[in-house]
Design a protein around this ligand. Structure first.
Ligand code: ATP
Ligand code: MG
Ligand code: FE
Length: 340
């Protein structure tokens, strides 16, 4: 079976051609980072318009790389939940149009299931059952993943996502958007113990996260309570590095603590991690150390499959096997359904 997968849930326009296996035959991603940089965050209307311009060239590129004819495709898959409404609508409309034009069945993919499945794409074994940690710009959640398409929500952020905290701290410090990679780069030579930032909810008997207090703690450290103006900041290279490293360490400590707790609570023996923040080096190293110490298996998606992409949409193959195809009147679902 050969499928086309389409991903447009947020600010990446992506398509891939996947054969059963799964094997990636072609994959293309057009990122919109430069369009959103001056707003220091993703602007939904800008994202949707950019998806309209990019979606057909991206699909063409994936098919060209795969060196197949559209007639060779067995199905068209698209992420229809969760995400930004306008962005999702562009992907779904493209998928439905091609499904009709090429007379192919449609598959509706859950984007969060896909983020965990990114781990399966790099692992020769079967990753399920596992605890899934999705840590991105819009999500920070833990799931009991019984199979590729059966996830139970265990807990998640009650305010900001971890990636959002990175992006906001990056913006406060005047670092390039998105904040995750630039805060992480600035943190490289910093002392992670320079500032004692809060590790909210760690030690509590549940699997929720909170990052807004941490973000506020960084703000107060920079300008003091009640002040908004970051333009006069005069940080030395070392002060910037120490601040970024201490912030990054606080985020990492929370993610590691709750992941270990989720492994203990579920009795599962494997942790699988996806989403943009999973590209973070300090997080990857800390999770590897925890896995070693506690004796659980760890699969972290390869960096290029951490941020949004269509290769992880290969989960559509499992969706077809377990749940069949979608009707042509399937809709978008921007919000979370039962936690995912
Ligand atoms: P969604 O949350 O809906 O999946 P998204 O576009 O916000 O969509 P991703 O594309 O998975 O999510 O990830 C982007 C986020 O990951 C941004 O917040 C970005 O700052 C963060 N990020 C990327 N690389 C790193 C890194 N090396 N360290 C920390 N954060 C990172
Ligand atoms: Mg993104
Ligand atoms: Fe995503």
């Amino acid at each position: 079976m050969i499928i086309l997968t389409i991903e447009s849930t947020c600010d990446e326009t992506a398509a891939a051609v996947i054969a059963s296996g799964p094997h990636v035959l072609g994959a293309a991603v057009a990122t919109q980072t430069e369009l959103h940089a001056r707003f220091q965050g993703v602007v939904p209307e800008v994202a949707a318009r950019a998806h309209v311009q990019r979606i057909l060239p991206v699909i063409d590129e994936a098919i060209r790389q795969a060196d197949i004819d559209p007639a060779d495709l067995d199905a068209i898959a698209v992420a229809n939940t969760p995400g930004l409404a306008g962005s999702l609508m562009v992907g779904l409309t493209a998928a439905k149009t091609l499904a009709v034009a090429w007379n192919k069945p449609l598959v509706a993919v859950n984007h969060l299931q896909a983020h965990i499945y990114a781990c399966q794409m790099s692992d020769p074994g079967e990753i399920y059952p596992c605890v899934g940690l999705i840590v991105s710009g819009g999500h920070t959640s833990l799931y009991a993943c019984h199979s590729a398409t059966e996830l139970d929500y265990l807990g998640g952020t009650i305010d900001d996502a971890a990636g959002e905290a990175f992006d906001k701290v990056g913006a406060m410090l005047g670092l390039p958007f998105p904040g995750g990679p630039s805060v992480s780069r600035a943190a490289a030579d910093g002392n992670p113990k320079a500032h004692d930032f809060p590790r909210s909810l760690v030690g509590e008997d549940h699997l929720n996260f909170s990052f807004s207090g941490l973000k506020t703690a960084v703000r107060y450290c920079l300008v003091g309570p009640g002040k908004q103006d970051f333009s006069q900041l005069q940080l030395s290279q070392q002060q910037l590095a120490d601040l970024c490293a201490s912030f990054e360490q606080a985020v990492v400590d929370c993610l590691v603590a709750k992941s270990r707790q989720a492994i203990r609570q579920t009795g599962f023996s494997k942790l699988c991690v996806g989403g943009g923040v999973a590209a973070n080096g300090r997080l990857r190293a800390a999770l590897a150390e925890a896995a070693d110490r506690d004796g659980f298996g760890l699969v972290i998606a390869p960096p290029e499959l951490c941020t949004d992409n269509a290769v992880m949409g290969a989960v559509a193959l499992e969706q077809i096997e377990r749940h069949g195809y979608a009707e042509l009147d399937v809709d978008i679902h921007p919000g979370l359904q039962r936690g995912y």
